[in-house]
Design a protein around this ligand. Structure first.
Ligand code: 3AM
Length: 190
């Protein structure tokens, strides 16, 4: 079995800048810069055959490259139950369009549809029993964070290997955006 997810990789310089936010939240487990990405779809554990079907389906996804800007910070989970500290993404219909296409591809490959609303973000840290006042101060101090825009020109399939010191992600496939498509998507006809 292989644990997979589809995500947008980020340029190294941007990941380095994001990693400079590390600090000031006691108990946070900060994500290493090499592990930062924007998840499009968590896939989970699949066997080799299903992984090949997913790869083939993702290979058919067509979308134009698009700009993306990071903006603001937030957390998932309330109060002392906060579990994820993240950097947000400025409103971006093209990102949601790509995510919808990835979702359809994954469902075509036989996976159940994702029920949860898509909230694009970059996870900065995982939290546990975090002091909510300190977290609040961190969010206030860094809430104006902005970075980019970058051009999103590809998305990737990653393998997630769970280990004692956190997951390690490996890019297993890269899918370029752009180029010709029989559906006319690339000509902006949608
Ligand atoms: O992009 P982020 O870091 O927010 O939290 C996991 C990570 O998200 C998420 O998938 C990404 C790559 O591992 N993830 C892990 N298990 C998950 C699950 N069971 C999950 N997302 C949804 N359901």
């Amino acid at each position: 079995m292989i644990r997979l997810f589809a995500a947008i990789p980020l340029p190294e310089a941007m990941r380095e800048r994001l990693s400079r936010l590390n600090g000031g939240v006691p108990g946070a487990r900060w994500v290493a810069p090499e592990n930062m990405h924007i998840t499009l779809r968590f896939i989970g554990e699949v066997d080799e055959g299903r992984a090949q079907d997913i790869d083939a389906a993702l290979d058919t996804v067509t979308a134009q490259p698009f700009p993306l800007t990071l903006s603001g910070l937030g957390n998932f989970g309330r109060g002392h139950r906060a579990h994820t500290l993240w950097v947000g993404v400025e409103k971006n219909p093209a990102l949601h369009h790509l995510r919808d296409k990835v979702e359809s591809a994954v469902v075509r490959a036989g996976l159940p549809a994702e029920e949860r609303k898509y909230s694009p973000h970059i996870t900065l840290a995982r939290l546990k029993d975090t002091n909510s006042a300190k977290l609040g101060r961190f969010l206030e101090e860094n809430g104006m964070f902005q970075d980019g825009p970058i051009m999103v020109e590809r998305f990737c399939l990653y393998e997630s290997i769970l280990g004692r010191s956190g997951p390690v992600y490996h890019e297993v496939r890269s899918y370029p955006l752009g180029g010709w498509s029989p559906g006319g998507d690339e000509a902006g006809e949608e």
